[in-house]
Design a protein around this ligand. Structure first.
Ligand code: 13P
Ligand code: SF4
Length: 354
């Protein structure tokens, strides 16, 4: 259980025994019981940079989901081992684009005569295979904190972008931050022949959006925004860009998890906030800022945890740390060399964005 003092003590002891050999990274959506053991917490971008900047630690224990651990493995040295405390901690959005589907999509773009104008931009929330595809075809990775810069860069390289796999981050960034219209975007459905698009539609489009989404953020609706505004007069609505377009369009502020935290840190006492992102983070922020008289509520009435982020709990973390302390390398995440080389190219393009 979260407050099991025995487990807390065991995690502490194992971490102490490992000393500098271990570095624990924690994504902001992790449970409180896990986040207390993170050496660094962050959004996807910050954690990728932290992993790349940690050459002395032999083990990187990644408290987050599978694609984050893969990215950490790609960015760290060969002698460093990345460990994911529960291998079932995946991401349903990342699973919505497979290597076969994306290769098929590229064939469709080639047949429509547009592939040469297309630069792929893939959200961090994708498998190493998709990142490798992106690197191979001259594209970059992005996160929710640099999506606009990634698109600016991509449109300097080509005329069109294939955005994978989150349609919402792609659409929201194109329309909200880049001044494109909804008509500039088309939706590629991997379950339909030719993505459900005609060659004319592909030729006319600027943004070809993959039909993927986050089911956690997909739960927020325009009704949630209207309800909270009626319930709490003067409330500021702050949401993650994985939310649907109409939610983002109705919100006051939009940004990554790190942005959400910074925004609340800078908020004046007496201000009121409704947050549209994962519940572990929102609860932690509500508790943290209660004493500063900042009212923070969850944007929706229904509970909205990310079930895969939540798979990393204290028992799994204790098991991973104790195993490492005893010299047993468990749950290693290792990307094969060929995939790694191309995926790294795409990730390094992201890290080099202005
Ligand atoms: P960020 O922490 O980069 O905002 O991403 C949120 C997310 O959904 C990760 O899966
Ligand atoms: Fe994936 Fe959504 Fe969970 Fe993030 S919150 S890890 S995008 S399912």
């Amino acid at each position: 259980s979260p407050s099991d003092p025995n487990l807390v003590e065991r995690a502490r002891a194992a971490k102490e025994k490992l000393g500098d050999k271990v570095f624990v990274l924690g994504h902001h959506y992790q449970r409180d019981e896990v986040i207390q053991f993170a050496d660094v917490t962050g959004d996807s971008f910050k954690l990728a940079r932290e992993a790349a900047a940690r050459p002395q630690a032999e083990y990187i224990v990644f408290c987050g989901v599978h694609f984050m651990a893969e990215s950490a493995d790609i960015l760290t040295g060969d002698d460093q081992k990345v460990v994911l405390p529960d291998l079932a901690a995946g991401c349903s959005m990342a699973d919505m684009a497979t290597a076969e589907q994306v290769a098929e999509c590229w064939d469709v773009l080639t047949e429509a005569g547009v592939a040469e104008q297309v630069v792929p931009v893939s959200y961090m929330n994708s498998s190493a295979d998709i990142k490798a595809f992106t690197g191979k075809h001259g594209g970059t990775i992005c996160t929710s904190s640099n999506a606009k810069r990634a698109l600016d860069w991509a449109f300097e390289q080509g005329e069109k972008v294939l955005f994978l796999p989150d349609q919402h981050l792609g659409r929201n960034t194109a329309v909200r931050d880049m001044g494109m219209s909804l008509e500039d975007c088309v939706l590629y459905n991997p379950h339909k022949p030719n993505g459900g698009l005609t060659a004319e539609e592909l030729r006319a489009a600027k943004m070809i959006l993959w039909r993927g989404h986050c089911s956690v953020h997909g739960r927020f609706s325009l009704d949630s925004v209207d309800d909270v505004r009626a319930r709490i007069p003067g409330v500021n609505v702050l949401v993650h860009p994985e939310c649907r377009h109409e939610v983002v369009a109705a919100a006051d502020y939009v940004g990554s998890t790190e942005y959400i935290i910074k925004k609340l840190e800078a908020a004046p006492a007496g201000s009121k906030w409704a947050i549209g992102t994962e519940l572990n983070l929102v609860r932690r922020l509500a508790n943290r800022f209660a004493s500063e008289d900042k009212e923070i509520v969850f944007l929706d009435k229904t509970v909205c945890f990310c079930s895969t982020m939540n798979r990393i709990d204290l028992p799994h973390l204790v098991w991973a740390l104790e195993s490492l302390a005893e010299g047993n390398l468990v749950n290693r995440i290792e990307v094969d060399k060929e995939t790694e080389a191309f995926a790294k190219l795409a990730l390094e393009r992201m890290l080099a964005l202005p």
